[in-house]
Design a protein around this ligand. Structure first.
Ligand SMILES: Cc1cc2nc3c(=O)[nH]c(=O)nc-3n(C[C@H](O)[C@H](O)[C@H](O)COP(=O)(O)O)c2cc1C
Length: 288
C-alpha cells in the first residue's frame, strides 16, 4: 500500500514546491520527484506568515516540544545566547499589545512568545570562572541577536511541521522599555522579536520575493541593474499580490502605480525606533 501511494505523494510534493517557488520568484524549477525530503522542502517553499488563528489552544507539552526543537538550533561558538519567553500571563500580554494597537493578531494568537538576545550569561561565566571579559563590543551584541533570529526561524519551521502558523513581531521593539519592564528582562537581555503562534484559520498566501537574480549572488557583486530588477519585481508582485491600501497618503498622495518599492520607501521615509540603540546601551550592551 505504502509503496503504491508514496510515488504519487512525492509527485504532489514536487508539484507543490514548483508552484510555490514560481509564485515566489517567477521562476520555474524542475524538481526531481526522487529527491529526499520533498515534504520538508514543500513546507519551507510554501512559507507564509499567519495572522488569523482558530480559537483552539496549543497544548503546553506541544509548545515545550517546539521550544526544545527551536533551541536545538546552531549557536555561535556554542554560546547559547537566546532565550524564549512564553508570555502566558494575560495582563502581561495586554500591556505589550497596548503598545501595538494596529496588530490585533497579537492579542488573538493562542500563544505569544518573545525571542530575547541574552548577553548576560557570557560575562557572568567569565566572572564565575575568574576571567577577564575584553570582548564587550558590537560583535557580542550582534552574536546574541543572530542566535535569537536563528532560534526564531527554527521555531517557525518546527511549528509549521506540526501544522501551526506563526507571525513574527518586530513591533515589540517600538516600545522596548515597556516590553523589558513587563517581562522583567535582566540587564544585557533585549527583545529581538515576538512571535504569534496558533492553528491557522485560513490557508494564507505566498508573498512573492525579489527574483533570485537580485538576491542570489555568485562569487561577487557585479553591478547588475538592481533598479531595473526592482521595477520588474514591482510589476510581477502587483499582478499577484497588489497592495490593498497605500501608506501615508496624507504625505505622499495617491500613487497611480503602487508597488513594493513605493511601499517600502514610504515606510522607511518615516523615522522609527531611533531610540533603540539608546535602549540597548541602557540595557548594558556596548555597541562600539
Ligand atoms: C524579524 C521579523 C519581524 C516581523 N515583524 C512583524 C510585525 O511586527 N508585524 C507583522 O504583522 N508582521 C511582521 N513580520 C512578518 C513580515 O511582515 C512577513 O514575513 C513579510 O511580510 C513577508 O510575508 P511572508 O512571511 O508571508 O512571506 C515580521 C517578520 C520578521 C522576519
Amino acid at each position: 500500500m505504502i509503496s503504491e501511494v508514496a510515488p504519487v505523494m512525492k509527485k504532489d510534493a514536487a508539484a507543490s514546491i514548483e508552484q510555490a517557488l514560481f509564485e515566489r520568484f517567477g521562476e520555474r524549477f524542475a524538481i526531481d520527484p526522487e529527491l529526499q525530503g520533498l515534504d520538508e522542502l514543500a513546507k519551507i517553499a510554501g512559507h507564509r506568515s499567519h495572522r488569523r488563528f482558530a480559537p483552539r489552544a496549543i497544548a503546553p507539552d506541544l509548545l515545550r516540544l517546539l521550544c526544545a526543537c527551536a533551541l536545538s538550533a546552531p549557536s555561535k561558538s556554542d554560546l547559547q545566547q537566546c532565550d524564549i519567553v512564553v508570555v502566558s500571563d494575560p495582563a502581561k500580554r495586554k500591556a505589550i499589545v497596548a503598545t501595538i494597537p494596529d496588530m490585533p493578531w497579537i492579542e488573538d494568537a493562542p500563544v505569544f512568545l518573545v525571542f530575547a538576545a541574552n548577553g548576560a550569561r557570557l560575562p557572568m561565566l567569565c566572572r564565575m570562572r575568574d576571567k577577564p571579559f575584553p570582548n564587550d563590543h558590537l560583535d557580542q551584541f550582534f552574536n546574541t541577536a543572530v542566535d535569537a533570529a536563528i532560534v526564531l526561524a527554527t521555531f517557525m519551521g518546527a511549528a509549521s511541521a506540526v501544522g501551526l502558523g506563526c507571525c513574527p513581531i518586530s513591533a515589540i521593539r517600538d516600545h522596548p522599555r515597556v516590553v523589558s519592564d513587563v517581562l522583567r528582562l535582566p540587564n544585557r537581555v533585549v527583545p529581538v522579536a515576538g512571535l504569534c503562534v496558533g492553528w491557522p484559520a485560513q490557508p494564507g498566501e505566498i508573498t512573492p520575493r525579489l527574483s533570485l537574480d537580485t538576491t542570489l549572488i555568485e562569487d561577487c557583486y557585479d553591478g547588475h541593474d538592481v533598479g531595473g530588477e526592482i521595477d520588474a519585481y514591482d510589476r510581477r508582485r502587483a499582478g499577484l499580490r497588489p497592495y490593498r491600501r497605500q501608506r501615508h497618503v496624507d504625505r505622499w498622495g495617491e500613487a497611480k502605480s503602487y508597488g513594493w518599492s513605493e511601499d517600502k520607501a514610504r515606510q522607511y521615509a518615516e523615522p522609527t525606533r531611533g531610540d533603540f540603540g539608546d535602549f540597548v546601551r541602557a540595557k548594558g550592551f556596548c555597541l562600539d
